[in-house]
Design a protein. Sequence first.
Length: 145
Amino acid sequence: MIERVMAQWHSYLRGELPDGLDDLLDDDVVFYSPIVFTPQRGKAITSLYLQAAGQTFGGDDATAGSEQGESSGRFTYTKTVVGDDTAVLEFETTMEGKYVNGVDIIRCNDAGRIVEFRVMIRPLQAVNLVHRRMAAMLESMNPDA
C-alpha cells in the first residue's frame, strides 16, 4: 500500500493529483513539524502545513523537483526507504544560499491514506531558516491575517 501512496505523493508534488491532498490525507492524520512542539491533528491543519511547505521548500531554483536522484539546488528527494506501511524520503534543497537536508517519514493506513507525516530537518541554520520562512508563509496563507 505504501508504494501506491508514495506514487500519489509524487503525483501531488508534480501538480498531477486533481484533488490534491484531500485524496492523500486521512481525516485523522497527525503532522509532526520540526518547528512546532505539539503534533498537529487533522486533515485541515496538515494540509495547510504541507501546502505552506511546498511553497517554502522550493529552494533557490524556482522549479521544484520530486524525482529521486536530482540535485540542482531545488527541492529533491535523494533517497527513499520503504517498509510495510511507512516510507522515509530524504530530501535536499538550498534556501537563501543555505543547505537544507531532512527526511519526511510518511505512514499510511490500509485504506491508502496518510495517517502520519513527520518532518525532520538539519543543520541548525536550516531549522532556523525554515522556521522563519514557514511562519511567514503560514501568516500569508491565513485568511484572518
